[in-house]
Design a protein around this ligand. Structure first.
Ligand SMILES: [Zn+2]
Length: 316
């Protein structure tokens, strides 16, 4: 645990700080992003029987070519038919791409996203950021990319390249499976933007009569303290189809589909309902975290939160 956190901190410390992205909760506009369902590629043109090369007798068992003296032109025709049949049926196993058991079945063609969903360096995104493992004020990823599924009424949201591409695949597949209007409301947040959100909420609580200490304690359960948010890593995303992130999202078909299928795209549902004591955060059915498929699948199957999984790795 300690070693991993130290190594994670070392990676994080190497990054630099960038622009501020604010997260608001303005009313949602109708979802307008379209998508294309890509069908599986059709087979290549069947071989022309006329152009097929002759097949040796070894390849066509059962033919009577061991008696060449008695074979007439008429008799050779059925052999050609047999050759054609053989040529049309046997190449199929070699031309069809082999199914990789590690690649899940998808409704749409996501092959171009595979390298992002399942990164070659499978440990590169296993970063733990929480109140016990904060990142520095100056931490900022250097490979941030705009998200195509940012909610239309928001300013552009960003994630690190591999997370951004995997999220694109995630939401393509989600739409193809009946998820409606799920869009990104928040992703990368700088230290300063997190501080702005946190301080604003604390101020509102203090206006209701709480002391500053009380207000900070209450706010910390809902919102990460600046430097303690994994949104600052560029690997976390908030997405849903409500006007603002609310627990009611958990009851929707969309939330259930996203939670069950996230691992296929390298994501985990980060703040689980039965892990609040460990994560220190309430259940957030809209908050997903990219870790890459190898770890996401194991985390999902073992029913762990990221804190438990990293401890499990350290002990095994
Ligand atoms: Zn979040």
């Amino acid at each position: 645990m300690d070693l991993r956190i130290k190594s994670v901190s070392a990676v994080l410390a190497a990054a630099t700080l960038c622009s501020v992205l604010l997260c608001g909760c303005e009313p949602e506009e109708p979802f307008t992003t379209s998508h294309t369902v890509i069908t599986a590629p059709t087979d290549a043109t069947q071989p022309d029987p006329e152009t097929l090369p002759p097949i040796s007798t070894d390849e066509v068992p059962g033919t009577q070519t061991d008696e060449p003296d008695t074979v007439t032109q008429e008799q050779t025709e059925p052999v050609t038919e047999q050759q054609t049949t053989t040529a049309q049926t046997t190449p199929e196993p070699t031309t069809a791409p082999e199914k990789d058991p590690d690649i899940p079945d998808f409704t749409v063609d996501l092959s171009s996203y595979e390298k992002y969903m399942n990164p070659e360096d499978r440990d590169a995104y296993l970063i733990l950021v929480n109140p016990s493992n904060p990142v520095g004020k100056d931490h900022k990823p250097t490979d941030l990319e705009p998200l195509v599924d940012t909610r239309p009424d928001r300013s552009k949201r960003y994630m690190r390249l591999y997370a951004a591409k995997s999220l694109e695949a995630f939401l393509k597949e989600a739409r193809a499976n009946g998820c409606k209007n799920v869009t990104v409301t928040s992703a990368y947040r700088s230290y300063d933007s997190q501080k702005e959100i946190f301080d604003g909420d604390v101020k509102k609580l203090m206006e209701k009569g709480y002391s500053e200490e009380e207000a900070i304690a209450i706010e910390r359960k809902d919102t990460a303290f600046p430097g303690e948010s994994e949104h600052q890593t560029g690997l976390a995303v908030d997405m849903h189809n409500l006007s603002s992130a609310q627990p009611a999202f958990a009851d929707t078909y969309e939330a259930k589909w996203l939670a069950e299928n996230a691992w296929k795209f390298g994501f985990i549902l980060r703040y689980l309902p039965d892990k609040e004591e460990i994560t220190t955060y309430v259940y957030e059915p809209w908050h997903f975290r990219y870790v890459g498929r190898y770890h996401a699948k194991r985390i999902y199957e073992m029913g762990m939160c990221l804190e438990e999984y990293i401890e499990y790795l350290a002990n095994n």
